[in-house]
Design a protein around this ligand. Structure first.
Ligand code: LRH
Ligand code: MN
Ligand code: MN
Length: 385
C-alpha cells in the first residue's frame, strides 16, 4: 500500500486554462457566473483545483486565447498562486487564412504564417519555462480531389521539422491526432499511426499525445497507449470523455472502465514514473456544469482510475495469464476495478493535510461566491471567440 500511495502522490494532472472560461456548442455558449476575465484569473481558478486536490500543479495555456503582454509575468503570477505553466497549446485553426489548412495549406504564405505561430509558441515556452508544446492541426479536406493528400503530408513534415529544430534543451513537442472535425473527408493527422510516423522520423523530442475523444467509436485506446509507451513515444494525454464524437465531457464520466483500462496500461508500461514524461492533461469544456468543481471532479476521476490500476495484483495476473487461465486473469483485473478506492484517496489527502473530500472543501471555501460577486463579463473559453 505504501508503494501505491507513493505512486499516487507523484502523479500530476494538468488542467487546461480553457476549461475555466465559458463554453458551449456551435448552437450556444452559455455564460456562467464568476468566469475569469483574463488568463490571470484562469490561473487563479486552476490554483483552486490544485489547492483542494493537491495533484493539479500545472496549467496548460492555449495561444492566442491566453495572449498576454508579458509571459514571464504570467508565469510569476502562476508561481505566486502555487501553480506552474504546463503545455503551450498552439492554435492554427481560428483564422480566416486557415480555411484550407494551416501548415498543409496549398498557399506558401499561409504555411509560413502557421509555422511562425508555432515558433512563437516556443518563444512563449522559453518565457514561461514550459517544456511542452502541443500541436493539433485542424488541417484536412472536405471533398475527394480537393487537394493532394500526399503533398499535404510533405508540407506537414516540412513545418514539423522546422519547429523541431527550434526546440531548446529539455523542450519537446507532442503531436495530437484526431479522426475528423472540422475536416470531414480526410484529416492530415487523423490517427496515432500518422502522428507516430512523423514523430519517429523527427527524433526523441517529438512524441504523440492521445486525446481520448479523438477516435472512432469502439477504438481500443488502451492498445494505442500500450504500444506508444513501449516505443517511448507516449508524450501524454488530453483526457476527456465522449458518447458520440469529440464531446469534451468530464473524463471518466462516460466510460470509467475505459479510463481504468487506459490507466492500467500506463501503470503496466511504467508511464506513471515521472521520469517517463507522460503528461496527464485534461482537455475538456464544462458547458453546463460549474467549471472549477467540474475540473476537481475530473482530476478525482483520473486519480480514482489510477488507484484502481495500481491495485491490480500484477503477480496473480501474470500467473493466471501464463497458465492460460482466461477467467482467472479477467477476475484479477476486475477485482481491482470493482474496488472502492475512495476511502484510500481520502486517507491519502488527509495525510497530505488536505480535506478528504475536495468537492465539499471547495464548496465550503466561499471561493465561488467571491468570484461571482467580483467578476463581471467573463470571457469565452475560446470557441467562437
Ligand atoms: C481539438 C482539441 C485540441 C485543441 C483543443 C482545444 O479538438 O482537442 O487539443 O487544442 O481541442
Ligand atoms: Mn485535445
Ligand atoms: Mn478535441
Amino acid at each position: 500500500m505504501t508503494d501505491i500511495k507513493a505512486a499516487l502522490r507523484a502523479q500530476h494532472i494538468e488542467t487546461p486554462s480553457w476549461a475555466y472560461g465559458n463554453s458551449g456548442t456551435r448552437f450556444k455558449v452559455f455564460a456562467q457566473k464568476g468566469v475569469p476575465r483574463d488568463p490571470y484569473e484562469k490561473l487563479a481558478d486552476a490554483a483552486q483545483v490544485h489547492a483542494h486536490t493537491g495533484i493539479a500543479p500545472t496549467v496548460a495555456l492555449h495561444i492566442p486565447w491566453d495572449k498576454v503582454a508579458d509571459y514571464a509575468d504570467l508565469a510569476r503570477h502562476a508561481r505566486d498562486l502555487g501553480v506552474g505553466i504546463g503545455a503551450i497549446n498552439s492554435n492554427v485553426f481560428q483564422d480566416d487564412d486557415y480555411m484550407l489548412g494551416s501548415v498543409t495549406n496549398p498557399s506558401k504564405r499561409v504555411r509560413r504564417k502557421a509555422t511562425d505561430h508555432l515558433l512563437e509558441c516556443v518563444d512563449i515556452m522559453d518565457a514561461t519555462g514550459s517544456d511542452t508544446l502541443k500541436l493539433w492541426f485542424s488541417d484536412g479536406i472536405n471533398y475527394p480531389g480537393q487537394d493532394d493528400l500526399r503533398s499535404r503530408q510533405d508540407r506537414l513534415a516540412e513545418s514539423l521539422a522546422e519547429v523541431y529544430e527550434r526546440l531548446g534543451e529539455g523542450q519537446r513537442f507532442l503531436l495530437e491526432y484526431k479522426l475528423f472535425e472540422p475536416a470531414f473527408y480526410a484529416t492530415d493527422v487523423p490517427d496515432w499511426g500518422t502522428a507516430y510516423a512523423h514523430c519517429v522520423k523527427l527524433g526523441p523530442k517529438a512524441q504523440v499525445v492521445v486525446d481520448t475523444g479523438h477516435h472512432a467509436p469502439g477504438t481500443n485506446i488502451e492498445f494505442i497507449v500500450a504500444f506508444l509507451l513501449r516505443e517511448g513515444k507516449l508524450g501524454g494525454f488530453d483526457f476527456n470523455s465522449r458518447f458520440y464524437a469529440d464531446d469534451d465531457l468530464m473524463v471518466g464520466a462516460a466510460d470509467p472502465f475505459q479510463l481504468f483500462r487506459i490507466m492500467f496500461e500506463v501503470v503496466r508500461g511504467g508511464g506513471l514514473d515521472p521520469a517517463a514524461g507522460v503528461a496527464f492533461m485534461l482537455d475538456q469544456c464544462h458547458n453546463i456544469e460549474p467549471k472549477i468543481p467540474g475540473q476537481i471532479r475530473s482530476v478525482m476521476n483520473v486519480q480514482e482510475a489510477t488507484a484502481k490500476a495500481l491495485l491490480v495484483d500484477r503477480e496473480a495476473l501474470a500467473a493466471a495469464q501464463s497458465e492460460g487461465d482466461v477467467l482467472g486473469a479477467n477476475a484479477v483485473f476486475m477485482d481491482a476495478y470493482n474496488t472502492d478506492v475512495r476511502p484510500l484517496l481520502a486517507e491519502l489527502r488527509e495525510e497530505s493535510g488536505l480535506a478528504p473530500d475536495p468537492m465539499a472543501a471547495y464548496a465550503r471555501s466561499g471561493y465561488f461566491e467571491k468570484i461571482a460577486a467580483e467578476r463581471v463579463g467573463g470571457t469565452q473559453a475560446g470557441w467562437g471567440a
